[in-house]
Write a protein that binds this ligand. Structure first.
Ligand code: HEM
Length: 148
């Protein structure tokens, strides 16, 4: 946990809210340009893009604050996503990194090297947690309809 990280991250979230920018639009456009075949996995992009963007930001911010609810939420997320087909870990990594990049663009002058480093640190922590949750589900439920 780092109080300094959380404070810098919160300031950038406030700046984006103040600017009235909803980063999910640019984020999902970017994600589908990088992974065009994934577009068909989404039935309701408008609904899912709200939750995927919000929860990704919440998880990184929660990790910065040392919140205990992050791990169970990551486990739930990974389990839910097993129903959406085999999702390569590289797509999770890319989605998380793109979330940070789009937040940085929207935060504009409120974005600093320190702020970027704080988000990236917790982005990397989230990626590692997702790997662990996938491995644990795979061990507990090794024969799903789709390999998760
Ligand atoms: C940390 C990253 C992510 C978080 C927090 C997250 C979270 C969510 C949430 C909360 C939902 C909505 C579930 C519901 O309403 O029942 C959702 C849906 C979905 N997510 Fe994610 N997600 C993440 C990453 C990804 C990635 C990387 C992919 C694809 C490679 C993906 C594919 C999907 C799909 C296909 C749906 C269903 C969409 C639909 O039916 O319209 N997610 N996600």
């Amino acid at each position: 946990m780092s109080e300094g990280d959380a404070a810098q991250m919160e300031a950038s979230l406030a700046a984006v809210a103040e600017a009235g920018i909803d980063i999910r639009h640019a984020l999902f456009d970017r994600f589908f340009v990088a992974f065009p075949d994934r577009r068909a996995s989404f039935m309701v992009v408008d609904a899912s893009s709200r939750r995927m963007t919000d929860e990704t930001l919440q998880m990184m911010f929660g990790l910065a604050k040392g919140e205990g609810w992050v791990w169970p939420l990551v486990c739930e997320l990974v389990h839910t996503h097993r129903a959406y087909g085999p999702l390569p870990i590289s797509e999770y990594d890319a989605f998380i990194d793109m979330t940070v990049v789009e937040l940085g663009k929207a935060a504009s002058v409120a974005w600093s090297k320190g702020c970027a480093a704080a988000w990236q640190h917790h982005a990397d922590e989230l990626k590692a947690m997702i790997r662990r949750a996938r491995a644990e589900w795979q061990a507990a439920l090794p024969d799903p309809v789709t390999a998760g």
